[in-house]
Design a protein around this ligand. Structure first.
Ligand SMILES: NC(=O)c1ccc[n+]([C@@H]2O[C@H](COP(=O)([O-])OP(=O)(O)OC[C@H]3O[C@@H](n4cnc5c(N)ncnc54)[C@H](O)[C@@H]3O)[C@@H](O)[C@H]2O)c1
Length: 398
């Protein structure tokens, strides 16, 4: 946890003039009083970038490009520079600002999917590792307290050896976008030059994969994938990026997993969920009911764990980790959700940034947030899924 009354960290934004995710990050940055946005190159349009900064709810320094923001930082003494940069641009505009701010020694918090190509993500990972500098990929849902509890339960062995994982992220926006004006700005997601090799897989399949890897600790060794475009956009189907992404996986312990995502399922909003089945029991978690975790063990009544209501010794657990139990949470009975999950990621990242500044940062083990390596694995997963699909759904090693 952060020291009491520290000087707030100075955060600079790249992107953020639009997009609901920008607002979510702002809440999360502000939540503890120990971080604040001080600067931003908020749009690719220089005029809009400056205007958006001038309309920010409190004074921040606006730049017409992230290059101008970087040059300004480089001209300052190190202690006065931004403490970290948050990248909120579409996928094709993650790599260049991330690389350049890292090069300047400034830690980076970057939206997912990490980059446009695997090669770019490898380059970022190598830079992060060679400089030993904090880097977070914004896999939001790792920040839910119940995701952390699920990770502890599965890794404690309570469910026995994992046999099967079903991780899915189901939305409807592709099916309803022509009718709903709020989806008109999402057009870059279906443009391969801005989105990457996959729309649905990169955008939300990577979240489902990350949830599976984070909770179970298991890795995908090989996959067989179907990428489909079920909502016609006009042109030839083969030119269209996927809106329906289904990947059957062999994991490194011999367990199996289904990692799937869809944007065509009317009625589903932000339906990320996971079920882990082991030899002795199973666990279920869903983002839309994120305060609850359900555990079933053979011959035992179903247990529904509610955030805040979990005791260190409830008959199942004798030793919940201190860091989990002492996590900053709102008292039970008061809803926690998306913003709190994001805040938990920024809070953990803050700890690493402060350690880095004190010369005491030894790298992230991935237990608090998704690392640049996780981002690279997500990119590789999507690339191999595209390859498998192209080769008639052939089993493809990762
Ligand atoms: N973690 C999550 O749950 C989550 C949710 C939504 C979006 N995202 C990710 O966030 C990113 C942005 O998505 P969005 O839906 O907010 O997109 P958006 O199009 O709504 O917003 C993108 C913003 O980036 C700005 N921008 C583009 N190029 C720029 C540049 N060169 N310099 C400065 N600003 C630039 C745009 O002006 C705009 O303000 C994507 O990578 C997306 O995958 C993550």
């Amino acid at each position: 946890m952060s020291a009491s009354n520290p000087v707030p960290l100075k955060v600079g934004l790249v992107g953020g003039s639009s997009g609901f995710i920008s607002k979510a990050h702002q809440h999360a940055i502000f939540m503890d009083g120990t971080r604040r946005v001080v600067a931003g190159a908020l749009s690719s349009d220089p005029v809009k970038a400056k205007r958006s900064a001038s309309e920010w709810p409190y004074p921040i320094k606006g730049y017409d490009s992230y290059d101008a923001m970087l040059q300004d930082e480089l001209a300052k003494p190190k202690v006065e520079r931004l403490d970290y940069v948050l990248i909120l641009t579409p996928n094709h505009a993650h790599f260049d600002p991330a690389k350049r701010f890292l090069e300047a020694g400034i830690p980076v918090f970057c939206e997912k999917p990490l980059t446009l190509t695997v090669e770019e993500s490898v380059e970022l990972r190598e830079r992060v590792e060679s400089r030993a500098i904090p880097f977070c990929v914004a896999h939001t849902y790792l920040g839910h307290w119940t995701t952390r509890l699920a990770r502890f339960i599965v890794r404690s062995g309570l469910l026995g050896k994992v046999r099967w994982v079903d991780a899915s992220y189901i939305q409807s926006w592709m099916a309803i976008r022509s009718r709903d004006p709020k989806f008109k700005d999402t057009v870059w997601r279906i443009d391969p030059s801005k989105s990457g090799l996959s729309n649905c897989g990169g955008d939300i399949g990577t979240h489902a994969l990350m949830q599976m890897r984070y909770i179970t600790g298991l890795e995908v060794e090989a996959l067989s994938a179907h990428l489909e475009s079920l909502v016609p956009l006009g042109g030839p189907e083969e030119d269209q990026l996927d809106d329906h992404f289904t990947v059957y996986c062999r994991l490194n312990t011999g367990a199996r997993a289904l990692v799937r995502a869809s944007q065509i399922a009317i009625g589903h909003k932000n339906d990320l969920r996971i079920e882990v089945n082991g030899e002795r029991g199973s666990l279920r978690w869903a983002q839309e009911e994120s305060e609850v975790l359900v555990v079933n063990l053979i011959d035992q009544p179903e247990r529904v764990y509610v955030r805040g209501g979990v005791r260190a010794n409830d008959g199942f657990f004798s030793d919940l980790p201190e860091e989990l139990m002492s996590e900053t949470v709102i008292p039970w009975g008061h809803s926690e959700g998306f913003h709190d999950a994001f805040a938990r990621l920024h809070r953990c990242f803050e700890d690493d940034v402060r350690a880095y500044q004190a010369g005491a940062y030894n790298g992230s083990d991935g237990s608090q947030y998704a690392t640049v390596r996780d981002g690279e694995i997500g990119m590789r997963f999507v690339e191999k899924a595209v390859e498998s699909n192209r080769n008639g759904n052939a089993w493809t090693a990762l």
